[in-house]
Design a protein around this ligand. Structure first.
Ligand SMILES: NC(=O)c1ccc[n+]([C@@H]2O[C@H](COP(=O)([O-])OP(=O)(O)OC[C@H]3O[C@@H](n4cnc5c(N)ncnc54)[C@H](OP(=O)(O)O)[C@@H]3O)[C@@H](O)[C@H]2O)c1
Length: 337
């Protein structure tokens, strides 16, 4: 291939991203300098966080520049190299972009991976990638669940949420998951072993509040929050004394046209509860520790990992939008090569 097809950000989305915000464009293949290597991207991770990177609001990372390919974690194979330790044919993973080819730099974020060490190389984007590490460290380090705790997980049938609930079960919690639709709720209990599931669709804040109270009349000890909005508000209304809330994501708010905010924060005072934002990047130095434990649980059959793989760079936008429509069944991945 002589052209590098890139899924470029042309305009900052207002509300839900639309086709005119992006363009699939060709660029010449990048030339390598000393210390660089050329990666043929095979898979890109599609993450809700990318919606934030498309915006120029203040964040933990600079916005994707207009005209540049959309930033994403990718895995691929080194096709050419001027960097020691990155030989042709080596599989690598790094924070690159949705494009055929990316350039890695010695000492940068892109690291070698071993496809023979895992059931599928895509597991580096699910269980052993940011998703698995978010679930593992976000739940265990930030929320500190104890055996017997009631754990409430929103976005529960998704990539992070499904792992959080399963880890909660391994740790002896009673796990309640909130997800959209009867099919996903059935998956929570039948496939992932959650104790209870709540279908949030068609429920307003009061109905959500009542549904949580019916399953946890004494309140919840831990909330792993992926969604925000009414779902977070309903959780806040059902806290037990000393509850811990790990604020992982606010997906219901990412495409909101204006500011949104939790309305029941008073309950944190009533119940001496804490809420803590978490960012998976803070745990990078401990990823190896997380990978060993997650890999062991998966090998023992105690952790089910689902991946939803769509194909083709021209499907990048519809595949990404599945995250907001809820039509992904597991970790959302785009197959590029
Ligand atoms: N803080 C960190 O370091 C970190 C790292 C990774 C991910 N995250 C966050 O974790 C959350 C989950 O990410 P993921 O990668 O695992 O995605 P995911 O859960 O696999 O996919 C997103 C899911 O969110 C649900 N959703 C979308 N819009 C919603 C809405 N308006 N109301 C309620 N639910 C909605 C949908 O499920 P339903 O069908 O159930 O609606 C959808 O399938 C996101 O908030 C993400 O930003 C944070």
């Amino acid at each position: 291939m002589t052209t590098n097809r890139q899924f470029n950000l042309k305009r900052r989305p207002e509300g839900a991203p639309v086709a005119d915000d992006f363009a699939l464009e060709g660029a010449p293949l990048p030339k390598l300098a000393d210390g660089q290597f050329l990666i043929r991207n095979h898979y890109a991770s599609l993450d809700p966080a990318m919606r934030g990177w498309m915006s120029d609001a203040d964040s933990y990372m600079p916005p994707i520049p207009l005209g540049a390919p959309v930033r994403a974690s990718t895995i691929g194979i080194v096709e050419d190299s001027r960097a020691e330790g990155f030989a042709k044919g080596q599989w690598v993973m790094g924070l690159n972009a949705i494009e055929d080819y990316s350039v890695g730099t010695l000492g940068g974020f892109t690291q070698p991976i071993d496809p023979d060490a895992v059931p599928s190389v895509t597991n580096y984007l699910s269980l052993f990638g940011a998703v698995g590490m978010t679930a593992y460290f976000g739940l265990l380090d930030v929320c500190e669940p104890k055996a017997g705790d009631v754990l409430l997980v929103s976005g529960a049938a998704g990539a992070v949420g499904s792992l959080v609930g399963q880890i909660g079960k391994i740790k002896g919690c009673t796990v309640i998951g909130i997800a959209g639709g009867a099919e996903k709720c059935a998956r929570l209990t039948a496939r992932y072993g959650f104790d209870h599931a709540i279908d949030y669709r068609g429920k307003d804040r009061a109905a959500l509040d009542a549904a949580i109270r019916a399953l946890a009349p004494d309140g919840v000890d831990v909330i792993f929050e992926n969604v925000g909005g009414d779902i977070l508000d309903a959780g806040l209304n059902n806290l037990r004394h000393g509850a811990r809330i790990g604020l992982c994501g606010l997906i219901s708010e990412y495409n909101a046209p204006g500011p949104v905010g939790a309305r029941n924060l008073w309950q944190l005072i009533v119940h001496r509860a804490s809420i803590r934002g978490l960012l998976v990047a803070d745990f990078v130095p401990r990823f190896a520790e997380g990978a060993v434990q997650l890999g062991a649980w998966a090998a023992e059959g105690r952790l089910i990992v689902d991946e939803h793989i769509d194909e083709g760079l021209d499907n990048a936008l519809p595949a990404f939008m599945r995250l907001f429509e809820g039509s992904n069944q597991g970790k959302m991945i785009l197959k590029i090569a």
